[in-house]
Design a protein around this ligand. Structure first.
Ligand code: ASP
Length: 593
């Protein structure tokens, strides 16, 4: 039977320390562990702050001891007792390990079924089971620590941006659908049959309208929705720390955000970030790392050997260059002896998933040069390649010859994969940088037109504006991403605030004047009433927390996450709704084929 609390809670379990010795405390929590040693019985009582050891002594109170003996894992208890020193039994691994509470009273607030999995750190239950019983999974310290960290970062964000003059303003959840970008989550309207709201993919247009309205520094911790097929680190609903500023250019946005990052790193990880953070133009990042989110915790930089390759007798290289391709590689310096032929084959298979047709290699070991194409090139060419990579000693060069896109994608992925396999990434190494000068457009093969790489409101760089019509692929944007250990943690841009330029931008991506009016008429109208120069950015909060917590799964940092097929296992959403609800919405389901 459930009992009431016999006294008011005085403390949280995890907060008790040696200074509390002698106090009589009342704790409430769940049974993490129970050990009966004959005349002594120990219960580790857990609440959100941590765990305290409660001791029941048979010789002090037999009735109480017997009651405690009937308690099982995850029972919810209220315990009163005196804090005493553990002395030589101190457990240095526990925050409360110096003390224990000698129980005087015990109420069983409620019993618990045997949990479907053990609620411990090294819990080896499958994720599906853990997510079905997420409320039990959330009791685990590992998940709880992530949520506490998340809370801290949100608080730092609110405090920091507030101190810098930002106002937190909420924007709507029921919005107008904007087909540009990812797929919208649609919400049918009951009052307007056949019409739909969209859940926001981001507060982008509203925050720009707030700038027109004169709220010159805005921030929001905003939920966003994108109905896309999920990748491992994506969720259909996710959270952004979103902000926008007026009367600014790129440097201003970056500077204010570096201040935020510095505070987060200091307060959460006790790490002093050195400011300003490095910046790297997109082009350089692609050339050196094959990625617009380079991981700088290790080297293996990409080098271009197209010229040497084009002049060689090696047909694979020559053909690739003749077809407009490029020949580049990475030097896994100092690791030739650690990468066997079998490993190279496996890396080649890996590169093929990035469309590379193969990987050519050269090994430098004991003064000898060997490799997949060593016999097709002259000694002089070998030396030229060695010098291009600064290779010698115990080095392995991996080369891909293909279309530039394939070469960058496969080498970029290879350098990360190899670093992971070799275990060269140090723990607690934090490498942050800004990637700047992104291309304004990217060509969509699927749609056979240029599309905005960031979004259509992103401003081109001043010196590139004239090329929008003549050389769209050369135009760089005032766009920037913050990259954290090889992951994009956020990004944004300075926006277009000039009607003519906006019109040229729409035209360049094939949006007619009429279409622009239908989709964004309200924004274009607003821009006729005095629009300040403005720009901003958004952090992916979930990803940021995942990086700070150094956890592998984005689901660890979200209280109630969805799984790969966008369903929630605990509530079993999405679910069918009664016919009546559909009728109200004017919706009839199509017959399933
Ligand atoms: N709205 C953008 C995004 O969601 C961020 C920004 O440009 O501020 O990526």
């Amino acid at each position: 039977m459930a009992e009431s609390m016999h006294a008011k809670r005085t403390d949280r379990c995890g907060n008790l320390r040696r200074e509390d010795v002698g106090r009589t405390v009342t704790l409430c929590g769940w049974v993490a562990k129970r050990r009966n040693l004959g005349s002594l019985l120990f219960i580790d009582l857990r609440d959100v702050s941590g765990v305290a050891q409660i001791t029941f002594d048979d010789t002090v109170d037999k009735g109480l001891f017997d009651k405690a003996n009937g308690v099982r894992s995850e029972y919810c208890l209220c315990v009163t007792g005196k804090v005493r020193e553990r002395g030589t039994d101190e457990n240095k691994k526990m925050a409360t390990g110096a003390i224990e509470v000698l129980a005087e009273r015990l109420s069983i607030l409620s019993k618990s079924e045997t949990p479907p999995f053990e609620i411990t750190g090294d819990c080896n239950a499958g994720e599906e089971l853990r997510l079905k019983y997420r409320y039990l999974d959330l009791r685990r310290t590992e998940i709880k620590d992530c949520l506490v960290l998340r809370h801290k970062v949100c608080k730092i964000a609110r405090d920091y941006y507030d101190a810098n003059g930002f106002l937190e303003i909420e924007t709507p959840m029921l919005c107008k659908s904007t087909p540009e970008g990812a797929r919208d989550y649609l919400v049918p309207s009951r009052l307007h049959h056949g019409s739909f709201y969209a859940l926001p993919q981001s507060p982008q247009l509203y925050k720009q309208l707030l700038m027109v309205a004169g709220y010159d520094r805005y921030m929001q911790i905003a939920r966003c929705f994108r109905d896309e097929d999920l990748r491992a680190d994506r969720q259909p609903e996710f959270t952004q720390i979103d902000l926008e500023m007026s009367f600014v250019d790129v440097d201003d946005v970056i500077t204010v955000n570096e201040g935020f990052l510095k505070k987060v790193f200091k307060e959460v990880l006790s790490v002093d970030l050195k400011l300003p953070l490095p910046r790297m133009p997109y082009r350089e990042a692609m050339d050196r790392f094959g990625s617009d989110k380079p991981d700088l915790r290790f080297g293996f930089e990409i080098k271009d050997i197209t010229e040497i390759a084009a002049a060689s007798d090696f047909k694979v290289f020559r053909d690739a260059v003749e077809q407009g391709g490029t020949v580049r590689g990475i030097n896994i310096n100092g690791f030739a002896d650690k990468i066997s032929r079998k490993e190279i084959d496996s890396l080649t298979e890996f590169a093929k998933t990035y469309r590379a047709k193969g990987v050519a290699w050269l090994k430098f070991q004991g003064g000898e040069i060997s490799g997949s194409f060593a016999k097709f090139i002259t000694d002089e060419e070998k030396l030229k390649i060695a010098s291009a990579f600064g290779a010698g000693g115990n080095d392995l060069i991996l080369i891909v010859a293909d279309k530039p896109k394939t070469v960058f994608a496969s080498l970029g992925a290879l350098r990360c994969e190899i670093a992971k396999r070799l275990g060269v990434i140090k723990k607690d190494d934090y490498k942050l940088l800004w990637i700047t000068e992104f291309p304004l457009f990217e060509y969509s093969e699927e749609e056979e037109r240029y599309v905005a790489m960031h979004h259509p409101f992103t401003s081109p760089m001043d010196e590139d504006k004239d090329m929008i019509e003549s050389a769209p692929d050369k135009v760089r944007a005032k766009a920037y991403d913050i990259v954290f250990n090889g992951v994009e943690a956020g990004g944004g841009s300075i926006r277009i605030h000039d009607a003519d330029l906006q019109e040229r931008m729409f035209r360049a991506i094939g949006i007619s004047e009429r279409e622009a009016r239908v989709k964004f008429g309200y924004l274009l109208d607003a821009f006729t009433y005095g629009v300040p120069p403005h720009g901003g950015m958004a952090y992916g909060l979930d990803r940021l927390i995942m990086l700070l917590a150094d956890t592998q799964s984005i689901r660890d940092v979200i209280a109630f996450p969805k799984v790969q097929n966008a369903s929630e296992l605990m509530t079993e959403s999405p679910s069918e709704v009664p016919e009546k609800s559909l009728l109200e919405l004017g919706i009839k389901l199509a017959d399933e084929k």
